[in-house]
Design a protein around this ligand. Structure first.
Ligand SMILES: [Zn+2]
Length: 256
């Protein structure tokens, strides 16, 4: 929950005024506004601290899973209409701390002083948030099986496992873009409206979620799905769901 969104300074100010009135005290509008502003800032900081901790946990989790070897991979979470928290560049994602997270605006300017530099793939994150106001978190990693499909230029867009269809949707191959340059978002933008999970050609995987939990589920599901498809191909090839069963699934879960 976004505390600052639910309890802004005006709402808090009104609550202060109400409480004081109940106690028989009179509060000036200036005092109510001041208290409201202080509490709003406090709630924002508490919420940001919680998100930073969640990012640290996600980094450790995906490092331990072998998805973010060395200093690879990056995670970001939207914290406001024009701000995100993003992991730093060049740091092992298994040993980050909350203080390593950077707050940047959607133009990529660091808005809270830090000794760290934001992820070198920040442009990819920013373009995604700008084009998809509905998403709240992004994870980029190099899971071995999904990255093998990305390296082979093979999309995971055939209807095979119901769970993958529901959680991932169709997973396209996004044309190669030189890492950390504008090429990456340029190649990605055409795919953004219709997908939440992507294979970046000759690179790795990218997933979106309404929040970090949903993005994490998608990243794990993607890797399992890639592993299953690879093994199915070793056993003679995956069998697609029939058109009838696919239709039933889509109707039952109300998906496009
Ligand atoms: Zn990468």
């Amino acid at each position: 929950m976004n505390f600052s969104g639910s309890f802004d300074k005006n709402t808090i100010g009104r609550l202060v005024e109400k409480s004081l009135t109940k106690l028989g005290e009179k509060a000036s509008p200036e005092l109510c506004f001041y208290v409201g502003s202080v509490v709003e800032k406090l709630l924002e900081e508490m919420e940001a601290d919680k998100v930073k901790e969640e990012m640290v946990c996600a980094g450790r989790h995906f490092y331990n899973m072998g998805f973010m070897a060395g200093a690879s991979g990056n995670i970001s979470v939207r914290t406001g209409s024009d701000s995100i928290l993003i992991t730093p560049s060049g740091l092992n994602k298994g040993s980050m701390s909350s203080a390593d997270m950077l707050k940047v605006n959607l133009q990529g300017e660091v808005i809270e002083e830090s000794v760290r530099k934001p992820s070198s793939e920040m442009k990819m994150h920013l373009a995604s948030y700008r084009h998809r106001p509905d998403i709240g978190a992004i994870i980029h990693s190099h899971p071995p099986f999904a990255t093998s499909f990305a390296a082979a230029g093979l999309a995971l867009d055939m209807p095979v496992l119901p769970e993958a269809i529901l959680i991932l949707g169709s997973v396209p191959i996004v044309e190669y873009g030189m890492p950390s340059t504008d090429e990456v978002p340029e190649k990605l933008i055409p795919w953004l409206p219709d997908h939440n999970v992507f294979l970046l050609a000759n690179h790795g995987a990218l997933v979106f979620g309404a929040d970090l939990k949903e993005a994490s589920h998608r990243m794990e599901t993607l890797e399992l799905y890639a592993k299953v498809i690879l093994m199915a191909r070793m056993l003679g090839g995956e069998k697609l769901l029939s058109a009838e069963n696919l239709e039933r699934l889509k109707n039952a879960f109300n998906i496009r």
